[in-house]
Design a protein around this ligand. Structure first.
Ligand SMILES: Cc1ncc(COP(=O)(O)O)c(C=O)c1O
Length: 451
């Protein structure tokens, strides 16, 4: 036991020395195994996982049916290469996904590896479909770390600091989130949507003319910007403006999609039709796979060879995704998401009502199992932040997350605000969800009262 702990420590030291410092880490440890909602580390610690590898292993780590499908595919065809021929799992996956699309017009698929690459492809498509260059994105948006995706990412400067110049032609719109807008927490979403849509009209008359604007790019639930669902009226307003001016509406469902919010895709809550939709993360439950989906009438404008990539739509990843789509149905995953979501909100709202911690909690929000708690802060984002509260302890989100880890719950912060995000597996049991909520509540009470 002692020697294995020792070798774990030396392995961590090796990693710290030889893995680039450009990566951040929540736990200085080596994950050796993961199953369902639990991960095990080389030092023997086992943790309840409320991160799912950042919203990826949505059907639990190493789901037996998905792992088996991938293993079987490995013995048949690993790499078919999408520019050489079709392969079975690629086409079978499209067959599974077609009925899950939020609108029947979404009938043309291109699979990539990561969310960032899919964002890049979506931008290229929007430019081709419209013959225009500019992209309107959201303040606080996260779309990835590659160059095009980085240019439309506005959640934290760390993603672009030192890497400029970025892709030009990007114009940012405020997002209907009370903290960004400096309006009271209980401001109706219809009011915030109006404010932002008015800003969009200004942007289109002051900064990027409609005839220069290829696309409006929006996350259905803003992830890295604070886990803020886009109000349906805001999305409907974007759709109307896009229709009026022939602008493409690109919906990024990388994190919010594939059951995470209790619908197949979160855009369904608004009934809005995307021109281009991006999906990734949970799609193959841990195997690298993303998708860009649009309508054939548009994608027929793409020249053969303009899309593609060596590993795009890998056969093993597609086979895993086919199995994941089956599991979503067979295990009634959406029902579990909606049932567990109610319990999660009930637990977090009960915590918020606890007088010992109430002043420290500004907001509980989200959809399905994409949920956040926002804490107050003594400094906020600066001297003009309307929500600064000097009587609140500092850095609550990161301190609570650290305390949760010490207590055996792996959980993540998000955004430049004091936000903790809950992204448990979509098939998490009632008991494990309750256990995680108990640990979180304990951690909040302890940290808030430590001052
Ligand atoms: C909404 C959204 N878009 C795009 C990305 C980028 O995906 P990837 O990290 O797979 O490149 C992410 C990643 O977190 C995301 O949350």
């Amino acid at each position: 036991m002692a020697s294995s702990a020792q070798s774990h420590a030396s392995l961590v030291e090796f990693g710290q020395k030889h893995v680039t410092k450009g990566l951040g880490r929540v736990v200085e440890a080596v994950i050796t195994k993961a199953e369902g909602s639990y991960v095990t580390f080389g030092d023997g610690r086992q943790m309840l996982d409320f991160t799912c590898g950042i919203g990826v292993t949505n059907l639990g780590h190493c789901h037996p049916k998905i792992s088996k499908a991938a293993a079987d595919q490995c013995m048949n065809l690993v790499h078919g290469q999408c520019s050489i021929a079709f392969h079975g799992p690629y086409l079978e996956l499209i067959q599974k996904l077609l009925p899950m699309m939020p609108h029947p017009s979404l009938d043309s698929f291109f699979f990539w590896n990561s969310g960032s690459e899919a964002v890049e492809a979506a931008i290229k498509m929007a430019r081709t479909f419209t013959g225009r260059q500019n992209i309107i994105n959201m303040q606080g948006a996260y779309h990835g770390r590659t160059f095009g995706a980085m240019a439309v990412t506005k959640s934290k400067t760390i993603y672009s600091e030192g890497f400029h110049p970025l892709m030009p032609g990007v114009f940012s719109l405020p997002f209907p989130y009370w903290h960004q807008l400096g309006v009271p927490v209980d401001t109706p979403s219809s009011k915030m949507s109006e404010m932002c849509l008015n800003q969009l009209s200004l942007l289109l008359s002051q900064a990027t003319a409609p005839h220069d604007t290829a696309a409006i790019l929006v996350e259905t639930v803003m992830g890295e910007g604070g886990y803020v669902p886009a109000p349906p009226e805001f999305l409907k307003g974007l759709r109307e403006i896009c229709d009026k001016h022939g602008i493409m509406l690109i919906i990024d469902e990388v994190q919010s999609g594939y059951g995470r919010t209790g619908k197949n895709y979160a855009i369904e809550y608004s009934g809005v039709r995307p021109d281009i939709m991006i999906t990734a993360k949970g799609l193959a439950n841990g195997f690298p796979l993303s998708g860009v989906i649009s309508r054939k009438e548009l994608t027929d404008k793409l020249k053969p060879g303009s899309m593609g990539g060596t590993y795009a739509g890998n056969a093993v990843a597609c086979a895993a995704a086919v199995a994941a789509a089956d599991v979503m149905k067979e295990e009634n995953i959406l029902d579990n998401v909606n049932a567990r979501s109610k319990e999660l909100f009930a637990a977090l709202n009960a915590l918020r009502a606890n007088p010992k911690v109430a002043p420290a909690i500004l907001d509980v929000r989200g959809q399905g199992l994409m949920v956040a708690v926002e804490f107050a802060s003594p400094v906020g984002t600066g001297p003009y932040d309307a929500f600064r509260n000097p009587s609140i302890p500092e850095k609550l989100a990161s301190r609570v997350a650290k305390r949760c880890v010490e207590k055996g719950l792996l959980i993540l912060t998000t955004s430049v605000y004091e936000v903790i995000r809950f992204i448990p597996a979509l098939n998490i049991s009632k008991e494990d969800l309750a256990k995680g909520c108990r640990i979180f509540a304990e951690a909040v009470e302890e940290v808030v009262n430590e001052a």
